[in-house]
Design a protein around this ligand. Structure first.
Ligand SMILES: Nc1ncnc2c1ncn2[C@@H]1O[C@H](COP(=O)(O)OP(=O)(O)OP(=O)(O)O)[C@@H](O)[C@H]1O
Ligand SMILES: [Mg+2]
Length: 261
């Protein structure tokens, strides 16, 4: 088992936990979608997995096991694994996470060297390979570009390329398509599916879009007010939802890029 989350509870500062009793398992290569209303705790859950909770956020209850190892046991090795080598994250707008006044290539190279890939030639090859993989035309030119010179979809492809640079086993994606128009949204969703198919990467995707969840996920978790209200195989959740809340989310499914999901 790649990831086991057992009765997870997460609190910010000294306040009561905002997330409680979250449990699920993820096999290598599986895709889990987390859906639910704003403030339900989706981002909190995936940040907890990578141990990057802001504002005094911490795991208050339960366990997180990555390949059977307790990720709360602090060690340099565990830190390195969670921070890009084995687990990496992409965000709603990868461009906004980058420095607007430095070329993308310099920042990509910094990221690689921070994670131990310091050889100039090897780093360059890795960057070009990854940009090719996400189907960006003219990778050499992309490396020289600034974020503002790329479209939203291109920036997300760069984000995926960087996140996948060390072939992590788990990719965490926090609404990676929400900032994009529907056509680009479909292209990025397909790109992530291909990454999974080619590298057998597990993905946890947070999305407001049930259409994206239905298209991508093997399993779906529905969250509401910090609790998981529904969790199961995607087809069960979609065709036989147990909760009215899930039915409500399903009744407003936007179609993916105009295609039938
Ligand atoms: N840095 C923080 N400090 C204190 N409380 C926080 C912090 N971040 C989130 N919270 C609280 O945790 C709860 C869950 O928030 P979270 O951001 O995980 O929701 P979400 O499901 O990702 O929402 P959205 O769909 O709007 O992104 C909310 O009640 C929120 O107010
Ligand atoms: Mg969020």
């Amino acid at each position: 088992m790649l990831l086991e989350v057992k009765d997870l509870g997460i609190a910010y500062g000294k306040a009561e936990p905002v997330v409680r009793h979250v449990s699920f398992q993820l096999e290598q290569g599986e895709i889990l979608a987390i859906v639910g209303e704003s403030g339900s705790g989706k981002t909190t859950v995936i940040r907890a997995i990578q141990h990057v909770l802001p504002g005094g956020g911490h795991i208050a209850e339960g366990q997180l096991l990555f390949e059977g190892k307790d990720t709360q046991k602090e060690s340099a090795e565990m830190h390195r694994m969670l921070d890009g080598k084995e687990v990496s994250m992409i965000f709603q707008d990868s461009g906004a996470m980058m420095n607007p006044i430095r070329p993308i290539g310099q920042q990509f190279r910094d990221y690689l060297s921070l994670h131990g890939l310091t050889d100039e030639k090897e780093a360059h090859e890795r960057m070009i390979d990854m940009l090719h993989m996400v189907r960006l035309p003219d990778p050499e030119q992309i490396l020289k570009s600034y974020t503002f010179e790329l479209s939203g979809g291109m920036r997300q492809r760069v984000g995926i390329a960087m996140a996948m640079a060390f072939h992590p086993k788990l990719l965490l994606a926090d609404e990676p398509t929400s900032a994009l128009d529907v056509t680009t949204q479909a292209a990025i969703v397909k790109e992530m599916m291909e990454v999974r198919n080619r590298m057998n990467t597990s993905i946890i995707i947070v999305t407001h879009n049930m259409g994206v969840a239905a298209y991508m996920a093997d399993r779906i978790m529905v969250m509401r007010q910090g609790r998981m209200v529904e969790y199961g195989k995607a087809e069960d959740v979609i065709y036989y939802p147990k909760e009215d809340y899930t039915r409500m989310l399903l009744s407003a499914v936007p179609r993916l890029g105009g295609e039938t999901a």
